[in-house]
Every structure is written in structure tokens, then in C-alpha cells.
Unconditional design. Structure first.
Length: 431
């Protein structure tokens, strides 16, 4: 067996860059990034991301606590599952309860009793998710508040001001987000505006010594626009870089090629964050998750060189009675489980699988909120166990075999999604 690619030097990026970019001069770092191992076959890598509140092992999945909480779970339960970092939503936290209250409470960490790392998004995604309530101009985004009759203006400066008040370890620039299926001049406009807004975010960022501002690659499904965006944003030398504007229902064959292009062009010595992958397949307020496995995205994109992920998928599926398992999903509200006294997954170490049966969960899913609680614990445990397995296989340079075993279990009939086959083949993993 070949050995993992040697890492010639562990790069420490805690100090400010000497880049000649005008914007870079105001950026310092509260992030220490080290590559622990690289797969000898694919672009997968295992890294350590040192943040003010905790060190994060990657590849990493970040559960989404939109308003400072996972629905039905406490911060201690999230920590007990093993998560080192979670995500909060700037738009929602900034409107209710508001940054003033959270800052008075000494920041979001103390407010929600979470002593590990937090990443806050910028509010940009709400341009798509709340498109009927928003209007985009060069100044910023105007929203009709879902909490009142008022109009909210979210500018790059305001987004950073709110995130500085929240105090997250990683904060995101405000970007101009359009639907991933959109084509034409609006996509190019959004890409160029994202770069201009990045410069405004850098200028507005006041807590560079303890908060890391990540920039975002935009450009839709247009490879040339993605290249141009990357060429510009890397000049700003932010501590980390995100790939945005995907997972909105685009063709998966195009999706993976965009991810692959971005990871190939982005700096090797910075975290690469693929934003919200999976959410385009989670049909809001329904239980229709059929024919899709978010876990496949995580495995394939890790092979393509991504380090960080977030999505509401594990907890949203739990709210509709769906359990995530290595062979796909179990929709526990179906009658076939009413007399099934097995755990969700006999190999799972979570509290739910240790203490409760499928029959019990089936009996309470439609009546009791505790069902959502128990399934969320299980789904998040599944998610973290998957990421730990990915990381372990990279450290041991067994990642290609891990991928093959994972796909065989997920698709026991051998009918693999063609996009996944092609994506993995592009990094020398043949299914």
C-alpha cells in the first residue's frame, strides 16, 4: 500500500500576511492551519484548524443552529456527540433576538452556553431562501422582516458589524447570492459584486485578532467566472475560503466539476469550506428526501479536496421521522416498523440506538416532540461518525478503499450515481 503524501512543512498561518494587496494589510489571523495528511491517490486531506475556542479536525461537518440552537437539543448534547464547531445564522440572530442583546451577554458562545468554535454565515443565503422578501442593490440587500412589518437593509458593513457582535470564531463575507440554476448577466454581476463587497467587509472587520473572515467564491456554474473570482479573492489573503452558490438544484455532473475546479485553484494552505451542500435537496417543510443521500456529497467532495461542510439535512430529516444509516435512510413513521424491536442501527453508538427501538420511535413520531429529539441525536451521531471515518482513512492512507466500501454499502445493488462515479474517477478512485 502506498504511503500518504508527505507534508513537507506544517504551515502556521497565525500571523498577518505580507501580501501587497491593499486589502490584505488589514487582515490578521486568529487561525492556525496545518495539513496532517494527504491522500496519495485523490485530493482528500486531513487538517487541523486551530481557532480561538477549539481546534477543529477536518474534514468536518458543522451542524446548523440557525438561531443559536439545534431544534430539540441542548448545547451540552451537541458537545457530547463530539462536534467541535457549529454554525449560526447572522440574518436570523441579527433580527431576533438581535446583536445588542447577544453582545451584552458577552457574545454568542456565552449566550448559548457553547465553549467550542462557531461559524456565522453572512445572511447572504437569505437572498435565495427569502427571495420573495428581498431586493439586492449595490448598497446591500433589503429584506421585508419575517418578524415585523419593517424593512431591513443588510449591507456588507452591517453584516460584519452583527458578526463582530456575535463573536463567532469564523465569520463570512456578505456575498451576492443567486440561484445555482441561473444563467446570464446576473451571474456575472453577482460575482463582481461579491468581490466588491468582500473589500467592504474587510474594511469593516474590527476583531481581526479573534475572528477569522472567510471570503466566498461565486460565479454560478460558469467555469470562467469561477476562475476570475478566485483570481481576485486570493489577492485579499483571507484566513479561509468558501465555495458558495451551489446545491440549489443544479445538475450534479456540473456541481462536482465546479467543486473540483475550485479546490484545484484555491491555495493549499487555507481551509476550503463548501457551503450548504445538500440543502438544495431538502424540500422545505416536507418529508420528501427520497432518492438522495447527503453522505455521498460529503464523501465525494472530500475526495475532491474540501475540508468543511454545513447543512440542515440531518436535523431536518429527523423532524420528519427519517433516520440516516450507512445504507441510506429509514423512514420510521411507516407502518412496517411498528413491530420492529431492533435499534435504528445496531452498530451506532448513540443514545437513541442504545436505548430505543424502531417500534418505539414509530409509535411516537406523529405525537411526541421527543421523537425529533431522539432522531436528531442519532442523525448527528451518524454524521460525525462518517466524518471521523473519512478522516481516519486519510490519516491511514486508506481513503480510496474507504470510499469503495462506503459506496458498496450505500448502494448495495451496485447502481451508483453516475455523477459520483465520474467525480471519483477524476481523482483516480475507480468504483
Amino acid at each position: 500500500m502506498s504511503e500518504a503524501k508527505p507534508v513537507k512543512e506544517e504551515k502556521d498561518t497565525m500571523t498577518a500576511s505580507s501580501s501587497s494587496s491593499a486589502c490584505s494589510s488589514v487582515i490578521s489571523r486568529a487561525l492556525n492551519f496545518k495539513i496532517a495528511a494527504e491522500c496519495a491517490t485523490s485530493k482528500a486531506r486531513a487538517c487541523l484548524i486551530g481557532l480561538p475556542k477549539s481546534t477543529v479536525e477536518s474534514p468536518v461537518f458543522m451542524p446548523v443552529g440557525t438561531k443559536g440552537t439545534m431544534k430539540g437539543l441542548t448545547s451540552k448534547q451537541i458537545a457530547d456527540i463530539g462536534f467541535q464547531i457549529i454554525l449560526g445564522n447572522t440574518y436570523h440572530l441579527g433580527t431576533n433576538p438581535g446583536p445588542e442583546l447577544i453582545e451584552t451577554a458577552n457574545g454568542l458562545h456565552d449566550f448559548m452556553n457553547w465553549n467550542r468554535a462557531i461559524l456565522t454565515d453572512s445572511g447572504g443565503y437569505q437572498m435565495v431562501s427569502l427571495v420573495e422578501l428581498s431586493e439586492v442593490t449595490e448598497e446591500g440587500v433589503k429584506f421585508a422582516s419575517p418578524y415585523s412589518d419593517g424593512i431591513l437593509l443588510l449591507t456588507p458593513e452591517k453584516s460584519i458589524e452583527i458578526q463582530n457582535s456575535l463573536g463567532a470564531d469564523i465569520i463570512m463575507q456578505l456575498d451576492d447570492v443567486v440561484s445555482s440554476t441561473l444563467e446570464g448577466p446576473r451571474v456575472e454581476e453577482a460575482m463582481h459584486r461579491t468581490i466588491r463587497w468582500l473589500d467592504r467587509c474587510i474594511s469593516a472587520h474590527k476583531n481581526t485578532h479573534r475572528q477569522n473572515l472567510f471570503c466566498i467564491v461565486q460565479g454560478g456554474l460558469n467555469m470562467d467566472l469561477r476562475r476570475k473570482c478566485i483570481e481576485e479573492i486570493v489577492k485579499r489573503d483571507t484566513p479561509g475560503i468558501a465555495i458558495g452558490g451551489l446545491s440549489g438544484g443544479e445538475d450534479k455532473q456540473v456541481f462536482w466539476r465546479v467543486v473540483d475546479l475550485c479546490t484545484s485553484l484555491l491555495p493549499k494552505d487555507k481551509p476550503r469550506y463548501l457551503m450548504g451542500v445538500g440543502r438544495g435537496h431538502c424540500k422545505r417543510d416536507t418529508d420528501d428526501f427520497s432518492g438522495y443521500s447527503y453522505a455521498v456529497d460529503l464523501v465525494v467532495c472530500s475526495a475532491l479536496g474540501v475540508d468543511m461542510y454545513d447543512c440542515v439535512y440531518p436535523t431536518r430529516t429527523a423532524r420528519f421521522g427519517t433516520a440516516l444509516v450507512p445504507w441510506g435512510q429509514i423512514r420510521l413513521k411507516h407502518s412496517q416498523y411498528s413491530m420492529d424491536f431492533n435499534p435504528i442501527d445496531k452498530n451506532c453508538s448513540c443514545l437513541t440506538c442504545k436505548k430505543y427501538t424502531r417500534a418505539y420511535l414509530n409509535s411516537i413520531i406523529k405525537q411526541e416532540t421527543v421523537a425529533c429529539h431522539l432522531l436528531s441525536i442519532h442523525n448527528l451521531t451518524y454524521q460525525i461518525q462518517l466524518m471521523r471515518s473519512i478522516r481516519k482513512s486519510i490519516l491511514e492512507d486508506k481513503f480510496p478503499q474507504f470510499v469503495k466500501d462506503f459506496m458498496k454499502e450505500m448502494f448495495s445493488d451496485g447502481n451508483y450515481p453516475q455523477w459520483a462515479v465520474d467525480a471519483l474517477a477524476s481523482v483516480n478512485i475507480q468504483l
